[in-house]
Write a protein that binds this ligand. Structure first.
Ligand SMILES: [Zn+2]
Length: 84
């Protein structure tokens, strides 16, 4: 029975190492997948003032109309009413 006992001990050790090392191996594999460069465009995004109310907004969220960036549709309509 000595051989089977040794085999069983090796199997238990294999299972323990598999469960213990799996989270570390998965964490190590996930790290290279992260792309820190994706955060740079949002940080370098232009912040422009709304011509109507003066609120500063990023160009991605602002509404582009008549050559200016507005914070919302109400400001676009308000600016048009002022000019007319
Ligand atoms: Zn506005």
């Amino acid at each position: 029975m000595g051989f089977f006992r040794t085999l069983l001990i090796f199997f238990i050790f294999y299972c323990v190492f598999k469960f213990v090392l799996r989270p570390f191996l998965e964490a190590a594999q996930k790290k290279p997948a992260e792309k820190p460069n994706d955060q740079i465009p949002s940080l370098t995004d232009k912040i422009v003032p709304c011509p109507t109310c003066g609120t500063y907004n990023p160009t991605k969220q602002a509404l582009f109309a008549d050559g200016n960036y507005y914070c919302n549709l109400a400001c676009v309509a308000g600016k048009k009413q002022e000019t007319n």
